[in-house]
Write a protein of this length. Structure first.
Lengths: 144, 98
């Protein structure tokens, strides 16, 4: 039997995260950002939508399991890893801006990568420790 | 007020006198020992992000897989844990009554 309360929570989370990661960027892009023809933002929006689908799946996996369970901690770990890959991809992408004829700017945010990488690696390490901690607590509870 | 300001400046100067060499040494240590590993991670992430598929299908497949896994885990494990907690509560109550 399933835990319906958690399942309901998971469905709500997956719908909301699909809205925020996939539908909202698409709407913003097609309604407003398309007007700025000088900016090439398609790749940004595409990658946000692609990784957003995976993030929504992980959010569901995480929220469907009860708190203080190994699966919840594992979901956190997966989420932090996917966030790292996602931000790495976003920071390495380059936006080109056509200012005038034969003049083109290229904007990249590669400088942010090192700072984010350090922070994300520390976060992933903390999440790995959390998974083991939760697992050990669950084992101890089972042995009682 | 002037005295307090002077005191603050004095303390700041003392702090910086000890802190700057420490910060230099710490940054050098990071540059020598942590940066090579970070560069390796960067290379790995670079390869990964270059080889990520461009189509939407694999991502949707992973999404469906995660949802199926979530439902299976919920179905198999959550109810069992709830039962366990209830049993524990009942045993605790019995212990309290005895």
């Amino acid at each position: 039997m399933t835990d319906k309360k958690l399942l309901r929570k998971g469905i709500f989370t997956v719908i909301s995260s699909l809205f925020f990661y996939v539908a909202l960027p698409y709407i913003i892009y097609t309604k407003y950002l398309v007007q700025f023809t000088q900016l090439s933002l398609e790749s940004y929006i595409d990658w946000i939508m692609r990784m957003g689908v995976i993030m929504a799946g992980i959010q569901f996996f995480k929220s469907v399991s009860s708190e203080k369970s190994t699966r919840h901690a594992l979901g956190d770990l997966l989420l932090s890893i996917v966030y790292l890959v996602f931000f790495f991809k976003l920071f390495t992408l380059k936006v080109t801006v056509d200012v005038a004829e034969n003049i083109m700017f290229s904007i990249s945010m590669e400088g942010f990568i090192y700072i984010y990488l350090l922070a994300a690696l520390i976060g992933i390490f903390a999440n790995v420790i959390k998974v083991f901690e939760v697992w050990a607590i669950a084992r101890r509870r089972e042995s009682f | 007020m002037q005295g307090e300001e002077n005191l603050f400046k004095e303390y700041l100067a003392k702090f910086l006198y000890y802190f700057i060499p420490f910060a230099e040494r710490f940054l050098n240590y990071l540059r020598e020992n942590v940066s090579p590993y970070l560069a390796e991670v960067m290379n790995y992430l670079q390869n990964l992000s270059e080889n990520l598929p461009v189509n939407f299908e694999p991502y949707i497949l992973i999404f469906i897989l995660l949802i199926v896994l979530g439902v299976i885990f919920n179905w198999k494990l959550e109810r069992r844990e709830e039962k366990k907690e209830k049993k524990k509560e009942i045993s605790e109550l019995l212990l309290a009554f005895s």
